[in-house]
Design a protein around this ligand. Sequence first.
Ligand SMILES: [Fe+2]
Length: 468
Amino acid sequence: MLSYILSFTSLLTQYAADFLWFLLQYVPALTSRRQPPTFSNRKGLECVIPLFSSVEETPQQIPTRVKGQIPLWLKGKLLRNGPGKYEFGRHQYNHWFDGAALLHQFTIKNGTVTYQSKFLRSDSFKTNSQNNRIMASEFGTLAMPDPCKSVFGRFMSRFESMDMTDNCNVNYVVYKGDYYVSTETNFMHRVDVETLESQEKVNWEKYVAVNGATAHPHYDPDGTAYNMGNSYGSHGSNYNIIQIPPQKSGPEDTSLQGAKILCTIQPKDRMKPSYYHSFAMSKNYVIFVELPLKMNLWKLMTAKTFGKSFMDAIKWEPQHHTRFHVVNKHTGKIWCTYEGLHDESLRAAGGMEFPQINYARCNGTQYRFFYAAGFTHIVGTSLVKVDTKTKEMKMWKEEGMYPSEPVFVPDPKGTGEDSGVILSVVVTPKHNQGTFLLVLDAEKFTELGRAEVPVQIPYGFHGIFVQQ
Ligand SMILES: [Fe+2]
């Protein structure tokens, strides 16, 4: 009983402290003294602002200029997703993650490459375009009340709940053979990968009791998909592991029908679930790492009232430590939860993002090689290949050029785990130098060829290769 009272008191104290901190942000004398956050001590970095600037879409396929040799066996489409428009009218987004989704397509055939891109016609995009202002809130940007409303109407709109955006600018994902573009809200768009047009806006909430899902699902060899999503209710929050069947049950079955919750995991503090961007999976288990990057639900619920965005409700709170959850994929049972593995020395190993493996061959089993983008700047500055057996690292790098996520495509006649190519879109802030699709020999990690694109491409997030 005593421990219950103590934990209840500590919870109340914590909420009171949070609330006080929250109120203090609105005292001008204090906010003016706040220092801008510092992310790096590195000096002399090149200015990369053009990589985060708006571009025009390229709705018709255009040719690229190929240098070197692109293997003739490489046939298909590299589909990439990322922000491409950062303002509507005079309103600008505050954060890189907020830009309107620009869908890119590189079609590779007979050693040639064509390029095409289209903005996703999401409801957010359409409403913003029609009104020539930002009407839909994003991760780091709160949409301001409509100036056409009365003063009272504008005041009252602060107390309405924040609408979720369908600006799906993070990744391409596959469910039941269909291609979707995804962000981390409850909305996705099913897209035609030939035309890059949206065919359907899909709401996770209609199919399974979650309020969103990550943009990084995992797949079993038969196509069964697994994802994670939070659910919010009067109880606070839960983490849920979702399973989506590999195929459609019939011609009418076109979206997430058949999806089910495999397992529900309670956050340690249900009003402060951890933010997560992805999870891991082996043949039999889902591994979820609950990091001390906390989402304060109280702040999320009141964000609009206080003129704050989602981003303002997320905070690194290392006192909560890191918890590992291992869930059996077949039974949905939690196999173990382990706390206390957080090690300060892990920070020194930072500097890599967008990790990839030979997914078709190695997902869920032991892999030897992984590929990633090395980060000595806010964007990727190199591509790396790491041999986990010998600990040897190979690197591709070109001064002033910024490579995106490396995508591994296996050579159909190859036998090795690393027989194939790495595709990466390389961009530059210099307007007089073109961006290009880079093709590396994945084994030697040397350049085979590149296809220069005569249009500016902003720095994006993720993509997939669709073999044809
Ligand atoms: Fe990601």
